[in-house]
Design a protein around this ligand. Structure first.
Ligand SMILES: NC(=O)c1ccc[n+]([C@@H]2O[C@H](COP(=O)([O-])OP(=O)(O)OC[C@H]3O[C@@H](n4cnc5c(N)ncnc54)[C@H](O)[C@@H]3O)[C@@H](O)[C@H]2O)c1
Length: 251
């Protein structure tokens, strides 16, 4: 079955790089117009050019997902520019240094929770406020394999992602009768700018070894899952935490 999003409008947070960029491009190639925000305006502008080269419309904004005011302005700007909001991928996220919990810093806790949890909550809330009156919508939260399993040294990141899992499932139940589906994606490790900047090559080898398939995932493999969840092919799915992790959570 070919997965198409013709006539749909999709919004992707953190769409300038890594998994967000790959998902935004997959949505555009499937026929969607796409809104992307990023704190990195140069990266967002480059992705906008790629989306327009695929003959789809693109709206960009510099929005920090931790700011309620910026989230509201960006979401409403997207609807005004592109006409509606059918799909939202709450993807923007950050990592923290790999250390035992006794060595974690308050600043890292605040930054992680403010982007990975508060940012997802703010974007989820804004999407619901737009989608509920429309009577339809599809929301995907970017979680992680580490929203379903543990890994020593990343307790703060794991906590933020377990929280996203809870938020996803609880909200999905609240909105299941209102035509709005909400699922989470749980990727294993992928060599995106986030992973490469926060780990050594040796660590990336160790991470690859953790996955039963003995390799890291690719951005395209995660974008394929996003496209499936964004499309009507997944129309009976809501409240799911869907893994694409080379078997990591099956261990
Ligand atoms: N890379 C992996 O192995 C992996 C695995 C599982 C889950 N994830 C999750 O996928 C998401 C994307 O990760 P990635 O690896 O592509 O990261 P990345 O750093 O490569 O890309 C993230 C993008 O989000 C933007 N961003 C960061 N903070 C932002 C904010 N406050 N507001 C708006 N934009 C912001 C960045 O500028 C960047 O362009 C994150 O939620 C991450 O936790 C990544």
């Amino acid at each position: 079955m070919e997965l198409r999003l013709d006539g749909k409008v999709a919004l992707v947070t953190g769409g300038g790089k890594g998994l967000g960029r790959a998902c935004a491009l997959a949505f555009a190639r499937a026929g969607a117009d796409v809104a992307i925000c990023d704190v990195d305006e140069t990266a967002a502008a480059a992705v906008k050019a790629e989306i327009e080269a695929a003959n789809q419309r693109c709206f960009t904004g510099s929005c920090n997902v931790s700011s309620a005011a910026e989230v509201k302005e960006f979401f409403h700007g997207a609807v005004e520019a592109l006409g509606s909001l059918d799909i939202t991928l709450n993807n923007a996220g950050v990592s923290a240094p790999i250390v035992p919990l006794a060595e974690t810093e308050e600043a890292d806790f605040d930054r992680l929770m403010s982007v990975n949890l508060k940012g997802v909550w703010l974007c989820l809330r804004e999407a619901l406020r737009i989608m509920e009156p429309q009577g339809q919508g599809n929301i995907i939260n970017m979680d992680s394999a580490l929203g379903r399993r543990t890994f020593p040294g990343v307790g703060l990141y794991v906590s933020s992602k377990f929280a996203v899992a809870g938020l996803t499932r609880n909200t999905a139940i609240e909105y299941a009768e209102k035509g709005i589906r909400i699922n989470a994606m749980c990727p294993g490790n992928v060599a995106t700018p986030l992973l490469v900047s926060s780990t050594t090559e040796e660590m990336q080898g160790i991470l690859a070894d953790q996955h039963p398939m003995k390799r890291l995932g690719t951005e395209e493999e995660i974008a394929n899952l996003a496209l499936f969840l964004a499309s009507d092919a997944s129309s009976f799915m809501t409240g799911e935490l869907v893994a694409a992790d080379g078997g990591w959570t099956a261990l």
